[in-house]
Design a protein around this ligand. Structure first.
Ligand code: 5GP
Length: 189
């Protein structure tokens, strides 16, 4: 059996990664398993533990780092996020294409370990539009929104780290483009 791809999807906060992802992740032709990250961030309304993230304490996260349980991890606006290693390799060996939705520092760490990872960065149509989307999301305090916006500009500078850049002007179109990129790589693998 062919080993599955490792796909990294990144993009600044508010760009709509989750929406775009939801439009292609269940396509049976893509055979994707979504990697559920561990985070110390507080659960938002509507998020489910063990589905969207594994929500953990700082202590548990530190323990995961010390026990070498994480493929990568990063600090993002005051919280830690990391990819549990065990499932990623297991699923790829089962032929699944594993999707990591992670920020840029984590993506750089994964690329160093898995050079043939397929890297995709989603960009907003403009920074003004991104600011509107982040501000419009009512789940965060104004100071967190400001920090996420500042972080977004820094993340945009690292777009050169990625093989593909897809603009999320229209989520359906962005999802179709990403699906096409994945399909081509499945044929090439
Ligand atoms: P949010 O708090 O908006 O869910 O996520 C903040 C940022 O952390 C997003 O860019 C998201 O893609 C990223 N992220 C989520 N999980 C992980 C992970 O396991 N590792 C890293 N490095 N970033 C992650």
């Amino acid at each position: 059996m062919k080993k599955g791809l490792l796909i990294i999807l990144s993009g600044p906060s508010g760009v709509g990664k989750g929406t775009v992802r939801s439009l292609f992740v269940d396509d049976p032709a893509l055979n994707i398993a979504f990697s559920i990250s561990m985070t110390t961030r507080k659960q938002r309304n509507g998020e489910r533990d063990g589905v969207d993230y594994h929500f953990v304490t700082q202590e548990r996260f530190k323990e995961a780092i010390e026990n070498d349980e994480l493929l990568e991890y990063a600090e993002f606006v005051g919280n830690y996020y990391g990819t549990p290693m065990d499932k990623v390799e297991e699923l790829r060996l089962q032929g699944k294409n594993v999707l990591l939705e992670i920020e840029v520092q984590g993506a750089i760490q994964v690329k160093a370990k898995v050079p043939d990872a397929l890297t995709i960065f989603i960009v907003p149509p403009s920074m003004e539009e991104l600011a509107k989307r982040i501000t419009g999301r009512k789940s965060e305090a104004p100071e967190v929104v400001a920090k996420r916006l500042e972080k977004a500009s820094k993340e945009m500078e690292l777009v050169g780290q990625y093989k593909f850049v897809v603009c999320n002007d229209d989520p359906k179109l962005a999802a179709e483009i990403i699906a096409l990129i994945i399909k081509r790589h499945m044929e090439m693998a």
